[in-house]
Write a protein that binds this ligand. Structure first.
Ligand code: 0CJ
Ligand code: F3S
Length: 314
């Protein structure tokens, strides 16, 4: 078999917010029995969703698809304020699996609003996290920009009274360009104390930057609707890897495109389970004489508690 060096990025895969969100669904099923409803994919991964569905979770897109007499869980990406308000009005049992680092951004936006500032959100239009964060405040109080070009045409209420927040899973480099453009056009704009892009996003992008230049190809295990996973593919391409691809699992690998490679980098988005990463590694082992080299650029020890309602007996 042909020799192949496999650079395994670390950190990769599940972050603390994803771990917590999945645990919330599992614990809710244990506590209340099936079915437990989940509004939106709990995290953007089909394998995770299918596994929870088999255990009794029912995935819906909107609250009005849920019966009032069953518990409902809100996904890790966060929800507009109107969603828990409506669940409360319907007297439903609900558990919010919004990542605490997304909730932090929600609180930040609310605080700026209370001080009379209009908020510019840097994020992707239509993404549930963006919808959730913008939905913390009344319409018009948060305006969205996606790119540096958007900043040039942005219309605001008062250029002197602005703050910005961001989605947690953006490209660190692209975002710093957008922030620079905002600061150039609106010098008084207020930013977060610490970045809104989360530790997991930042660390996974850094690890990709370390392996991409020496990898003939780089595979990111993750789903097409997973924003942070797609950013890892872009980061790999920009860091000098000629062939960077998103794969959901081993069967997605285009072996013909990999013909002649001597090294491959592997990482995974924050919502991709380690079993799928192992599946991909095993697929390489069955075709090549593989030497695995782990490239660790940071260590993570973040853990988030599940909400108290799930820690109490039924
Ligand atoms: O939005 C989040 C809090 C990240 C959740 C984990 O990743 P994923 O793939 O479900 O979501 P993104 O599309 O936001 O990356
Ligand atoms: Fe939270 Fe970041 Fe993961 S915002 S869900 S820790 S990708």
């Amino acid at each position: 078999m042909t020799p192949l060096t496999l650079y395994l990025a670390a950190p990769r895969g599940f972050c603390a917010g994803v771990d917590r969100a999945i645990k919330i669904v599992e614990m809710a099923l244990e506590k209340w029995g099936a079915p437990v409803y989940v509004r939106h994919e709990i995290v953007h991964n089909k394998f995770v969703v299918d596994d929870l569905r088999a255990k009794g979770a029912v995935f819906v897109e909107e609250l009005d698809e849920c019966p009032v007499d069953r518990p409902v869980i809100f996904s890790a990406h966060g929800v507009p304020k109107a969603v828990p308000a409506e669940a409360a009005r319907r007297e439903m049992v609900y558990v919010d699996a919004t990542c605490p680092l997304v909730s932090k951004v929600h609180m930040e936006a609310t605080r700026h609003h209370e001080r009379g500032l209009q908020i510019v959100m840097i994020g992707h239009q239509g993404h549930p996290e963006t919808i959730g964060t913008m939905g913390q405040l009344p319409q018009g109080e948060v305006v969205l920009v996606e790119t540096v070009a958007d900043v040039a045409t942005l219309e605001v209420r008062d250029p002197e009274r602005l703050a910005y927040v961001t989605q947690t899973t953006l490209s660190v480099d692209d975002t710093s360009d957008v922030v620079a453009a905002l600061q150039a056009r609106f010098p008084a704009i207020v930013g977060p104390h610490k970045e809104d892009i989360c530790y997991a996003t930042t660390n996974r992008q850094e690890a990709v930057k370390a392996i991409a230049p020496k990898s003939d190809a780089l595979l990111v295990v993750g789903a097409p609707n997973s924003s942070n996973s797609r950013r890892l593919v872009e980061v790999a391409s920009r860091a000098g890897c000629n062939y960077a691809q998103l794969v959901q699992r081993a069967s997605d690998i285009d072996w013909r495109a990999l013909d002649g490679i001597k090294s491959v980098g592997i990482t995974a988005g924050a919502s991709a389970p380690e079993v799928l990463i192992n599946e991909v590694i095993d697929a390489f082992r069955s075709r090549y004489d593989v030497a695995v080299e782990m490239v660790e650029t940071a260590q993570e020890n973040v853990e988030f508690k599940v909400p108290r309602v799930l820690r109490e007996p039924a």
